[in-house]
Design a protein around this ligand. Structure first.
Ligand SMILES: C[S@@+](CC[C@H](N)C(=O)[O-])C[C@H]1O[C@@H](n2cnc3c(N)ncnc32)[C@H](O)[C@@H]1O
Length: 223
């Protein structure tokens, strides 16, 4: 995902154009400005329709403890913290040093460093650090090939009735195609995403749904 306009999306252009001209993700002018800057610079952030869903979810669920994998410039973390004043701590991991520094700058600028804790590094090397932490909401938005592994590790960190959101699950529809139709370099992602979907959708342990927002959002509640 490069930026919102370059995102793969799953709905028709007509539907997408309606969503992007009618939905609102925040009333916060500075955050709207950050979204526009990210679009201009082609930086990866969740698309507007996903952001608008996040806003509503923040109002409904009001999570106090949130974990995010994939901070980029901090847009989605800031959105969750701004739209949900009940957040006590949002921990977000970023492995790219340029993104990490940009996010740290933005979080500081929004005066949200007391609520948003950005950690540098690949989540794969940090599971022990968060072993004892329990979250109301976990958002996976890093490398798609690692979702299955991350899900299996982090499911233990979700409170009962807590939620996991996993972004870009449709891969422009590739996820649902036969593996023989998938380019060699994407076969690993295809296999992992399909395994994740069957583990989640077929299990009594979770109540889940697939939302056609952006490139697809998998929403899972731990029963
Ligand atoms: C799509 S962007 C995140 C966008 C951000 N959630 C938002 O909407 O504002 C993905 C980011 O995840 C980071 N990333 C990918 N895999 C990661 C991992 N395993 N651990 C930590 N960060 C990761 C990438 O460096 C990239 O900046």
């Amino acid at each position: 995902m490069l930026n919102e306009m370059m995102n793969r999306h799953i709905v028709s252009d007509t539907v997408l154009s309606y969503l992007r001209s009618h939905l609102q993700e925040t009333d916060n002018i500075a955050l709207q400005k950050l979204r526009k800057e990210a679009q201009l610079k082609k930086l990866p952030i969740i698309p507007l329709e996903t952001a608008s869903f996040f806003r509503l979810l923040m109002k409904i669920q009001q999570p106090q403890y949130v974990l995010e994998v994939g901070t980029a410039i901090g847009y989605s973390a800031l959105l969750m913290a701004i739209e949900n004043p009940k957040i006590k701590k949002l921990v977000t991991f970023e492995r790219n040093p340029v993104m990490y520094h940009q996010a740290a700058f933005n979080i500081n600028n929004f005066q949200l460093s007391n609520k948003i804790e950005i950690k540098f590094g690949d989540i794969a090397n940090q599971y022990s650090k968060i072993k004892l932490m329990q979250f109301d909401l976990i958002f996976l938005d890093g490398a798609k090939s690692k979702y299955l592994n991350q899900f299996n590790h982090l499911i233990n960190n979700v409170k009962p009735n807590g939620i996991i959101l996993i972004d870009d699950i449709f891969q422009g529809g590739d996820t649902f195609r036969s593996i023989t139709q998938i380019r060699h370099r994407n076969k690993g992602i295809h296999r992992h995403l399909n395994q994740l979907l069957s583990e989640v959708l077929d299990s009594q342990k979770y109540t889940s749904t697939l939302l056609p927002l952006g490139d697809g959002l998998l929403m899972i509640m731990k029963n």
